[in-house]
Design a protein around this ligand. Structure first.
Ligand code: AMP
Length: 586
């Protein structure tokens, strides 16, 4: 079934889009000019994300503007102006200095969407530390591996998360020197081996001068997953802020008086680039909702907070669609001006539905942890092609490529599927995988960055997602590495072999499904299945653990012993098995 392009009215005349004409914006764009829209540190002392996001507003005309409006899970609300945010983040930077933490040290956060998370992010950047967020629904194992790979020296977390997930693994983290606990009780309870976040901040000044920062100094560490091996820590530098700011303006159409709501959790890259940095550099008010997804409450938030720009994800949109249009109509959502979506394929039905329900469609855009910012987008001023990810941002060269018989990378013609590739050189491009130079090098060939995504380009330059080249799983917008899940299952005494795939799901796009072969003395009972599901959930956390386990007598493997996940998936879907010449039993 094909879907007609959506030509939208250009929105209220009072708010013309930032990108008016795609072709001319591309033709006149340069990253140097984009960089000049930012201030830079005073006296030519370089470029620091925290200065652009907080300090320049805190000391300028926007000081009394609300930077963050935090909506607590239990109904409370806290407004933090740019001036106050400047003070809080300065306190945190001073607190780090007091602890002896140095520029370049890694400061991690493991917390739900609480104000202290945001203070940690920008305070750490002020002190020129590397900020690394961890998703609060991770279990101890993903937390341990990420803290260990990135050599986290400081961790900010809550008491409950600490006791449940960090205390049991702390002995295995020699680099982790300081744990700062955000109190959940008043007075805070004393947790041995930790500092109290509030007390540390109360005892230090609320002014902090950012030291000279080079644009290439490391700033952010975001973990992502591959098909094999440990998680990969993608490193980004302070210069990334140029892309955060520019793409916030061009792809999300942020205007200074907007009320912006990015529903992504900062435990994943979208929640940092667009849930923290881009809205702040653009000086807008950002809504932070501590609560989990609930369509009706979300509509109330939009109505009550008069949200103008809303950045969300396909899983949530599909759930809203399931609930229906009538529920939408019970709310006054007329404040909405621009809707965008990212993280997994946004099906054309959802685009068309959102246009009907909200009066403006969700605009799909594409990027990944490695690119640090939006690369391909449906822009406010452009016709939307439902099912397409849109067109490359100004300053971004994208193409569909394949490897020729000679080994060279060649660009292929329109309408044919191949790998999506980008010409490196934009500011938020990752600069490495922490400690894994070979994995980083393998992402590049013949001057292209190879994204691992399969896509096609139509003759008008719109890109369409086709699938992944590798075995990573996208579930509810979160990227999961099958190897990380298989490794934990193998630690269970009953498991001989495990193979993990993404099983298509109408809401979550995919769910994590494990195939398990048991050791000889174990029987495949429902009780054992439940035990394994619980075991994986305790170790990996709800975000990563499999939702389904199927027992199989043995797993299909290549002759060199690698599990053929592709085959497991084909069998699961009842699809042709493809080339099985390397299958062990053949
Ligand atoms: P992450 O690094 O966790 O942000 O995941 C990036 C991956 O998510 C991409 O490489 C794609 O496979 C997928 N992805 C992101 N945005 C889209 C989109 N708009 N359409 C389809 N897939 C997407």
């Amino acid at each position: 079934m094909s879907f007609e392009p959506i030509c939208k009215p250009s929105g209220p005349a009072s708010v013309p889009p930032n990108l008016v004409n795609y072709e001319s914006a591309r033709a006149s764009f340069s990253w140097d000019a984009a960089r000049r829209e930012l201030d830079g540190l005073p006296d030519g002392a370089g470029l620091n994300i925290a200065h652009e996001a907080v300090e320049r507003h805190a000391t300028g005309r926007r000081r009394d503007h609300i930077a963050l409006r935090w909506l607590g899970r239990k109904g409370s609300q806290r407004d933090i102006t740019y001036a106050e945010f400047g003070e809080l983040t300065s306190r945190f930077a001073n607190g780090l200095a007091e602890l002896g933490v140095k520029a370049g040290d890694a400061v991690y956060v493991l917390a739900g969407r609480i104000p202290e998370l945001y203070v940690t992010a920008l305070g750490a950047l002020k002190h020129r530390c590397v900020f690394c967020p961890l998703f609060s629904a991770f279990g101890p194992e993903p937390i341990r591996s990420r803290l260990s790979i990135g050599q986290g020296r400081v961790l900010v977390t809550t008491e409950a998360l600490y006791q449940r997930k960090v205390a049991p693994i702390r002995d295995s983290l020699p680099h982790l020197e300081h744990v700062l606990i955000v109190a959940e009780t008043d007075p805070p309870s004393a947790v041995p081996g930790t500092h109290d976040f509030g007390r540390l901040l109360a005892g230090v000044p609320d002014r902090y001068q950012i030291s000279p920062t080079r644009p290439e100094d490391p700033a952010l560490l975001h973990f992502t997953s591959g098909t094999t091996g440990t998680p990969k820590g993608a490193m980004h530098v302070h210069e990334a802020v140029v892309a955060h700011h520019t793409t916030g303006k061009l792809a999300l159409d942020l205007h200074p008086d907007d009320i912006f709501w990015c529903t992504a959790d900062p435990g994943w890259v979208t929640g940092t680039s667009y849930g923290i940095i881009a809205p702040l550099t653009n000086g807008v008010t950002s809504i932070i909702d501590e609560g989990d997804f609930d369509a009706e409450r979300w509509y109330r938030v939009i109505e009550q907070q008069r949200v103008n720009v809303w950045y969300s994800a396909p899983t949530a949109i599909r759930l809203m669609m399931k609930l229906g249009e009538d529920v939408v109509r019970q709310h006054d959502l007329s404040s909405l001006r621009f809707l965008a979506s990212v993280g997994e394929p946004l099906n054309p039905e959802a685009v068309v539905w959102s246009h009907r329900a909200f009066g403006t469609p969700f605009h799909d855009n594409w990027w990944q942890t490695e690119t640090g910012g939006i690369m391909i987008a449906n822009f406010a001023s452009m016709e939307v092609r439902p099912g397409s990810m849109g067109r490359p941002l100004p300053g971004i060269d994208a193409a569909i490529v394949r490897r020729a018989a000679s080994g060279a990378i060649e660009v292929i013609q329109d309408d044919e599927s191949g790998e999506l590739a980008l010409r490196p050189g934009w500011p938020s491009m990752f600069r490495g995988y922490f400690g894994q130079p070979e994995r980083y090098a393998s992402c590049f060939a013949d001057g292209w960055y190879l994204t691992g995504d399969l896509a096609r380009r139509d003759p008008d330059g719109y890109f369409w997602f086709v699938g992944r080249k590798d075995d990573v799983i996208k579930t509810s917008g979160h990227l999961i590495g099958p190897f990380e899940v298989e490794s934990i299952l193998l630690e269970h005494r009953a498991v001989a072999e495990a193979g993990v795939i993404g099983k298509p799901d109408p809401q979550a796009y995919e769910i994590v499904k494990a195939f398990v072969a048991l050791k000889a003395d174990f029987a495949p009972t429902d009780e054992l299945r439940r035990e394994l599901l619980g075991f994986a959930r305790t170790r990996l956390g709800a975000a990563v653990a499999p939702k389904e386990i199927e027992f199989v007598p043995k797993l299909p493997k290549t002759r060199s012993g690698k599990i053929m996940r592709r085959l497991l998936k084909a069998r699961e879907l009842g699809l042709p098995e493809g080339d099985i010449s390397t299958l062990e039993e053949n």
